[in-house]
Design a protein around this ligand. Sequence first.
Ligand code: MRU
Length: 359
Amino acid sequence: MALEAIRSSRGSLHILDQLLLPGQSRYEAVESVQQAWEVIRAMKVRGAPAIALVGCLSLVVELQAGAGGPGLAALMHFVRERLSFLVTARPTAVNMARAARDLADAAAREAEQDGATEEAVRERVIRYAEAMLEQDLKDNRRIGDLGAQDLLAKAAPGGGKVTVLTHCNTGALATAGYGTALGVIRSLHSLGRLEHAFCTETRPYNQGARLTAFELVYEHIPATLITDSMSAAAMAHKDVSAVVVGADRVVANGDTANKVGTYQLAIAAKHHGIPFYVAAPSSSCDLRLQTGADITIEERPGQELTDVNASRRPPALPLSPPGIGVWNPAFDVTPHELITGGIITELGVFTPDQLHAAL
Ligand code: MRU
């Protein structure tokens, strides 16, 4: 059975509590927008596309239960207000903000129709959000296939298998299913062209050690876990053919925010002459921002570094002495010139300078 971070049918939403993985698979019901905000904030759901999907589908749950209104104007106000609230859960990934804009626009278009009714707008928002879930899955499969083709053409032009290094979690658990960077690895594996995958631990929250490693084992993909600090050595000694990572926000010049540690991987890949790819749906691209300097980087609690157990439950297993200062940015920005392989989207694989015209 495929791994699912999100289980949704009209009026009902459940998320797999990622704080309990890999030890326990437990789904939690999300019955309101407030609860969605909380599960996103608490990292029970994480990954840019999954955050947006859970946010929008939680609004569906409320709308299906009759919230908003009475009357068209009151419903429109409710939809906009709930979406704006969801955007505040986490700042770096663009997907929730973009989904909120698209959903609000869809509602506004319906409300402008002749004879528009509250019911029609409610139904339009519900259907639009439900379609986002299906679209993300389709986009990921396309990203996987396009990325695998491009990577094989660049890294193994003469045929043969490739070894891919990835960072953080970009798989079924971070998306509607299949995954982005991990989707490329899945596609290579199903083509019989993947020699091996390396996944980084992804300190401090360990998305790689806990979630990506879990997905790779679950899918029977040959893989090895390394700490983040072993990445350059792996490139030097383990025949890494390409690095593929996801994205939380790709801006107009191709600069890309992704999980902290991505930037150093891109530098190491450049040094070793290894193609470095970003794999992300076009919904992760934010052409309104010009460069990476414009991206807000989320800073998270220092406890994630000083407490071995902070990304699981129960917390409190001290690693560092009380009183030490901590800097914990959750993301970094990889400058576009280091993205040497390309930016893999569902619409094609682009060099950073092609991105703006292509989308
Ligand atoms: O802090 P997280 O776990 O939400 O960060 C996730 C990442 O950085 C992912 O690599 C990114 O969102 C791409 S998910 C397909």
